[in-house]
Design a protein around this ligand. Structure first.
Ligand SMILES: *Cc1c(COP(=O)(O)O)cnc(C)c1O
Length: 432
């Protein structure tokens, strides 16, 4: 055993990871060298994309400052929005701390661009859970349904293929906006690549070019070389406490898209007549800029963690989505543990590996809006930030855990090893 190898074993033992677990995991890591090299190269290209956008827009020290009150003439805010627009290759962007989360960004984009009598279409099946209340699929106060916006959905075909004929039939003269979700979220379907989304956009625009296409890009930013905006999406939407915040943004969301759509969003988020001219940034800009600068690297680390987890658990016989060798277009990894004990042990391991609240033991609880108990693990610097190492899953068969994030690859790796350690300690897993 070389000196570094021995030091590594000692250091992992000190945080509670056994030699047996480390040795098994090191073999997995050794097998991922080529895959990781490809991720590093994509991160490198995306890093240059962000750097280039910052240089082109002459980001200066004065832009890292703050504004208060109305936030008039906040050049830092205006420049950051240009940096996002240039990175996503769009005409405009709205990037604000007043956008509370991904759900809020999506709600803003939808309600800003739909009017009574319009119809919204999802051609990729059921959208993310929180969108059900925005749209009014589940009756809810203030939903689009209450404002006279109707909704249609076209299910995916077997093999997660787009049902082109079904989509053509579902488009009516009232169809105003199409929403496409890139990531699988908490479903078992695959995540779509920006190029696949592009094919769907081309098909829809071929039927009626004036239909607005919005893409829910949550967890997808910087995983690929391109974004949905590169394929004609009118709005690309996401959360700053996921990938593009780089772990530093303390809150916020973004909408990158056409000038017309983004302008509509600014009037909905703020007020008609005010729009993008106002909105105090209250000191968060330096973290927004620095987080966006780090985002390609942070996303790459989280993606490596997801691939590592897929390979660690797949080789032990657990079903994983996506598979260990499959291409990826987001940072979420699902692992089916098969038993409630397995799910709980996994989440306890993720929690025990956290930098914050590592001494807390997560327990299943009755979460509002869910029919089964849910267990969640996260020891975060920023509340609920899922670019940080986190895992959750409902306590129902097949006892799948959804795992994502990790501000560094090393931390993501430690979290997964700790999860495995808990399973080994409870004799739920035997290592080869
Ligand atoms: C996380 C997520 C959202 C919602 O984001 P929040 O910040 O949790 O409100 C929407 N869509 C997808 C696909 C997501 O992953």
């Amino acid at each position: 055993m070389d000196t570094i190898g021995e030091a590594m074993r000692k250091q992992y033992e000190a945080i509670g990871i056994s030699r047996q677990v480390l040795d098994y995991c090191e073999k997995i890591t050794d097998g991922l060298t080529d895959r990781f090299r490809e991720i590093d190269r994509i991160a490198e290209i995306n890093q240059m994309k962000v750097l280039g956008a910052m240089q082109k827009n002459h980001v200066a020290e004065m832009h890292l400052g703050t504004s208060t009150g109305y936030g008039y003439n906040d050049e830092g805010r205006e420049t950051l929005e240009k940096v996002y627009a240039d990175t996503f290759h769009t005409e405009a962007a709205l990037v604000r701390p007043q956008i509370t989360c991904g759900t809020h960004a999506l709600a803003t984009a939808l309600s800003a661009n739909l009017r009574p009598g319009d119809e919204l279409l999802s051609p990729v099946g059921k959208p993310y859970d929180t969108l059900e209340e925005i749209i009014g699929i589940r009756p809810s106060k203030g939903s689009l349904a209450e404002y006279g916006v109707t909704y249609r959905q076209v299910e995916l075909l077997p093999g997660d293929r787009f049902d082109y004929e079904g989509i053509r039939a579902a488009i009516t003269p009232r169809t105003k906006l199409v929403t496409i979700q890139r990531s699988k979220g908490y479903q078992t379907r695959k995540t779509f690549s920006p190029a696949e989304i592009g094919e769907l956009i081309r098909f829809i625009k071929g039927i009626r070019s004036d239909i607005i296409v919005m893409v829910d890009n949550c967890y997808g930013e910087f995983v690929d070389l391109t974004e949905p905006s590169d394929y004609g999406a009118d709005m690309t939407v996401g959360s700053l406490i996921k990938n593009p915040g780089g772990g530093l943004a303390p809150c916020g969301g973004y909408i990158a898209g056409t000038k017309e759509c983004v302008e509509q969003c600014s009037y909905r988020l703020l007020a008609p007549g005010l729009g993008q001219e106002v909105g105090a940034t209250l000191g968060v800009l330096s973290r927004f800029y620095q987080g966006f600068f780090l985002a390609p690297t942070v996303t790459a680390g989280a993606e490596k963690g997801a691939i590592f987890a897929a390979n660690v658990f797949e080789k032990l016989g657990f079903p994983v989505v996506p598979g260990g060798a499959e291409p990826r277009h987001d940072i979420i990894q699902a692992v089916t543990l098969g038993t409630p004990e397995g799910l709980i042990a996994f989440c306890e391991g993720i929690q025990a590996a956290a930098p914050v609240d590592s001494f807390v033991r997560p327990e299943p609880w009755d979460m509002p809006g869910y029919s089964d108990q849910v267990i969640m693990a996260a020891g975060n610097f920023i509340q609920g930030a899922s670019i940080e190492l986190s895992a959750d899953g409902p306590l129902r068969p097949p006892y799948a855990v959804y795992f994502q994030g990790g501000l560094t690859w090393y931390h993501a790796k430690a979290g997964i090893m700790m999860a495995l350690q808990k399973l080994v300690d409870r004799k739920l897993v035997t290592l080869p």
